[in-house]
Design a protein around this ligand. Structure first.
Ligand code: GDP
Ligand code: MN
Length: 397
């Protein structure tokens, strides 16, 4: 589950990490109230208005703007809320902004003591360890730093069983070139950030920029956070942080129906029972020159209703040019699944405009094949796995 910046910052604050303070607003009136509250805290009328969408690069796309007065807060938040924000990380049509974070301005103009860093904590799946990735070159161009001057990015691996050892936090602060109070502040920042990452069962905490202020405090100006979905049962209070509008709508619908659906960017829709067979099916599609449009495990009870629902979900993806149904009849009988497919086909009717290749193997597979062949529907039956993949290739070419 991905979080918005303001949600990530709330978690950080709970773990004692210094943050750029702010309040979230859904309209300009709330934004003005937020700004007034902040002015009471900070004494300045300068605020930064930040679009809250699940994508980075907002600064480049015009989603982060400085307001020098309360009336500017009103105008800018009015402009940003409701806009379709296009950044290097959004789809070409952009993402609709529903909320802004009104934050204190932490960059004092002309302050040469300010320094921006990059710090993230993430899971390194190759080594099975957590990793702190950091750089002195924080700010809006970290992607080009990584691409062109990768030696400026440092890594510190943390054994999850040992946890972060104090010398590791000191090493990070040292490599970032900090001294005295700023050095100590950074150690505290890294330690608490790592605690936030572990304590919230996150797979990513990316803070860019991390700011060293002129009084040598270290604060998080941005926060990109992903929580491990498998750990959500341990964080009941995080469920309300899920923003369904930011997620793939087909996946949201599938989730409600209890179907395991993951959207992919290929053109062959897959309907399979069992996660292992689903993975193998995607491999086979790839090997035979196609590309899977989704992962879909309809589960052990592939009855007519579920089959129909699965078809409807797959057909919502406009990229789908063919559908491969690959069902192994172990618990479920193939003839029942075949009947389910025929019923679903009839119910959905004209909406099915792509060829469907069905491979049913296992209990009663012969009578299933006969049922499909006699149904007079535009469904191609296959018996062997490779045969099915070849038929997919044929209909696509
Ligand atoms: P991103 O572009 O989506 O990563 O959004 P960020 O939260 O990182 O903000 C983008 C940029 O806005 C930062 O790199 C800063 O340069 C700038 N910015 C953020 N907060 C402030 C602020 O309080 N004052 C000023 N002047 N600039 C800020
Ligand atoms: Mn950022």
């Amino acid at each position: 589950m991905n979080l918005h910046e303001y949600q990530g910052k709330n978690i950080l604050e709970g773990f004692g990490v210094g943050i750029q303070r702010g309040y979230v607003a859904t309209n300009s009136k709330e934004a003005v109230n937020a700004a007034k509250k902040l002015t009471d805290l900070t004494g300045t009328e300068c605020h930064v208005i930040k679009a809250q969408i699940h994508a980075g690069g907002r600064g480049k796309g015009g989603g982060v703007k400085l307001a020098k007065s309360i009336s500017e807060v009103e105008k800018i938040s009015n402009d940003i809320i409701g806009m379709s924000l296009v950044t290097p990380q959004t789809p070409p049509e952009g993402k609709k902004v529903n909320k802004v974070l009104v934050a204190e301005d932490v960059y004092y103009p002309g302050d040469s003591e300010l320094k921006e860093f990059y710090v993230s904590v993430l899971l390194n799946r190759t080594s099975g360890k957590n990793m702190i990735m950091y750089s002195t070159e924080g700010g809006m161009d970290i992607e080009s730093v990584a691409a062109n001057t990768s030696h400026l990015i440092f890594y510190e691996e943390i054994d999850p069983a040992m946890g972060l050892i104090p010398f590791q936090a000191r090493k990070v602060a040292f490599n970032l070139g900090l001294k005295n109070k700023a050095f100590k502040s950074m150690i505290k920042f890294i330690t608490n950030l790592y605690n936030a990452y572990v304590g919230s069962d996150a797979t990513l905490f990316e803070i860019n920029p991390v700011l060293k202020t002129s009084d040598d405090e270290i604060i998080a100006v941005d926060a990109k956070v992903s929580i491990d979905d498998n750990a959500m049962f341990r964080h009941k209070d995080y469920h309300k942080l899920r923003d369904l509008e930011e997620e793939n709508q087909i996946e949201v619908e599938a989730d409600k129906a209890g179907l395991n659906y993951v959207d992919l960017d290929g053109n062959v829709g897959c309907m399979v029972n069992g996660a292992g067979l689903a993975m193998a099916t995607m491999d086979l599609i790839k090997q035979s020159g196609g590309s899977p449009a989704n992962f879909l495990d309809v589960g052990g009870t592939a009855d007519a209703k579920r089959v129909e629902l699965a078809f409807r979900l797959i057909l919502k993806d406009p990229n789908v040019k063919a559908i491969l149904v690959n069902i192994f009849g172990g618990i479920v009988r193939c003839d029942r699944v075949a009947q389910g497919i025929i019923d679903a086909y009839k119910n959905i009717g004209d909406n099915i405009k792509v060829p469907i290749i069905v491979r049913l193997q296992g209990t009663n597979s012969d009578s299933a094949k006969t049922l499909i062949q006699n149904s007079n529907l535009d469904v191609i039956a296959a018996t062997a796995f490779e045969e099915a993949a070849m038929k997919v290739q044929e209909v696509l070419s």
